[in-house]
Design a protein around this ligand. Structure first.
Ligand SMILES: C[S@@+](CC[C@H](N)C(=O)[O-])C[C@H]1O[C@@H](n2cnc3c(N)ncnc32)[C@H](O)[C@@H]1O
Length: 142
């Protein structure tokens, strides 16, 4: 039975078709995506010692939809959010569904053996055009 709280909650801003949910059943069976996303963001915020993410620029590599759902539907203050993923159809969906100027999404055709086996291998020469910043050796995560 739905509680009165659920009935009073504002309607979700971002409703995501099931086909764009790429988390495993072990994750999705625990709680709705926006709840686990909000929980993770809150933990991250505490971990780095911030009172709020209102002034933070969040880069979400391998993003899918979870953190967008959490930020928008739970009204979590954020400076900006950039989601990167190789799943082009999902990024197209986000671009059309999210009209919030703080949000941007990028398709990156980077290789992953399971998710994107035909993609290009990431290297220190990979350029992130959206950031106008090549991942040069000094910035390369090894
Ligand atoms: C298990 S999902 C996790 C989604 C999200 N981080 C979350 O916590 O809900 C992994 C996502 O990473 C993306 N991904 C995996 N390898 C990638 C790569 N090399 N480049 C870009 N995206 C990648 C996949 O397309 C997939 O959507």
């Amino acid at each position: 039975m739905r509680t009165i709280w659920h009935r009073l909650r504002p309607a979700p801003e971002l409703i995501v078709p099931q086909k764009f949910n790429r988390n495993s059943h072990t994750v999705t069976s625990l709680m709705p995506a926006e709840d686990s996303g909000a929980w993770l963001l809150e933990r991250m915020q505490r971990q780095i010692g911030l009172e709020t993410l209102a002034a933070s620029r969040l880069l979400d590599f391998g993003c899918v939809v979870r953190f967008s759902q959490a930020i928008l539907n739970r009204r979590i203050p954020i400076g900006s959010y950039t989601g990167i993923d190789c799943f082009a159809e999902m990024i197209d969906f986000l671009r059309s569904a999210v009209r919030d100027p703080r949000f941007s999404c990028v398709i990156l055709d980077a290789r992953h053996p399971a998710y994107n086996p035909s993609g290009r291998p990431l290297s220190c020469e990979t350029e992130f055009h959206f950031a106008r910043m090549p991942l040069t050796s000094s910035r390369c995560f090894r």
